[in-house]
Design a binder for this molecule. Sequence first.
Ligand SMILES: Cc1cc2nc3c(=O)[nH]c(=O)nc-3n(C[C@H](O)[C@H](O)[C@H](O)COP(=O)(O)OP(=O)(O)OC[C@H]3O[C@@H](n4cnc5c(N)ncnc54)[C@H](O)[C@@H]3O)c2cc1C
Length: 341
Amino acid sequence: MIRTYSNFSLKKHTTFGIEATSKYYFEFTETDDLAGFLATNKDWPNLPILILGEGSNLLFVDNFQGLVINPNIPGISIVHEDRNNVWLEVGAGVVWDDLVEFSVFHRWGGIENLSLIPGKVGAAAVQNIGAYGMEIQNRIESVTGYDLETQTEYTLEAVDCQYSYRDSVFKNQLKNRFVITSVVFKLDKFPEFILNYGDLKNEVEKLGNVSLRNIRQTVIQIRESKLPDPKVMGNAGSFFKNPVVDNVHAAQLKAVYPTIPTYPSSAEKTKLAAGWLIEQCGWKGFRRGDAGVHEKQALVLVNCGNATGREIYDLSEEIKQSVQEKFGVELEREVNVISLP
Ligand SMILES: Cc1cc2nc3c(=O)[nH]c(=O)nc-3n(C[C@H](O)[C@H](O)[C@H](O)COP(=O)(O)OP(=O)(O)OC[C@H]3O[C@@H](n4cnc5c(N)ncnc54)[C@H](O)[C@@H]3O)c2cc1C
């Protein structure tokens, strides 16, 4: 199935729920459709390109004067299986949480802690999504897509995806160039549970035995109690990444702010909690017009109704500046800001 539009409203295609249009929009369900579309629309190399999933990590500050490509490719299939593992090939357009439910239903472990993260499977491989002590890079075997520059389809093995914290080659050299069409995941038939994040273990045990189903249910409950539902209040989850600083800088901060949460990141680096830093600057629950900071989680910026992308962006700039002034720490946005001049 192919859908093409011009001056297409993206409001329902982003979880911030902000009005913006794209000059052209192309959605397809089979890779061959993309090659066919590019062959018959010769103007596309002159246009800015944006590859879209569910729009749960995007903020449009302006209309997009280019071509939005949405690879809405369905399907989950077993490509290989042995005594201990199963390899699933999953279309880029599959809703991420549907894949988690599918794997838990079949009792295959490895992605249960990532329950209820919004978005599609293609973007999960771009973003290296993570939560509750799990990161998807540890389950990705390979990523297949269509390279708009070379106009060829090829597969990257996980080692070539340059994964690190919320980062990958698809966010850098291959950004808006490599249209991911499917991802192969390796899951465990005899899973080892990861429960060492926060209070997860205790919370799971409240439901009874430790099982994939109970972990999934617990993660869903915690997320629903802490994070705003984008269907009710527009947002894109964590607006900033957790900053990583030198150990020396972290120690200086600890001396001044003894309660600052710190996590070892490597031998020389320490990760800080962006939400804590923002909260200490007094932003939690802040609201200006319809743009605000969530009252339970300072890391989440929200659209309380009709905020514009520019209002949310300007607020994020003020937050960045205040954290820089108070702690000497530079926050980096996790959310992709589109069409900044
Ligand atoms: C309430 C809430 C909670 C969240 N919690 C978490 C969390 O716990 N952990 C976490 O990691 N993230 C979290 N997020 C962020 C978000 O869900 C993830 O980043 C998700 O992977 C984005 O998926 P998407 O399909 O919406 O991608 P989009 O927002 O549409 O796109 C994200 C990026 O990926 C690119 N992209 C999308 N699809 C493709 C493709 N097929 N090929 C190539 N490039 C592509 C886009 O160009 C863009 O750069 C949360 C978001 C919300 C709203």
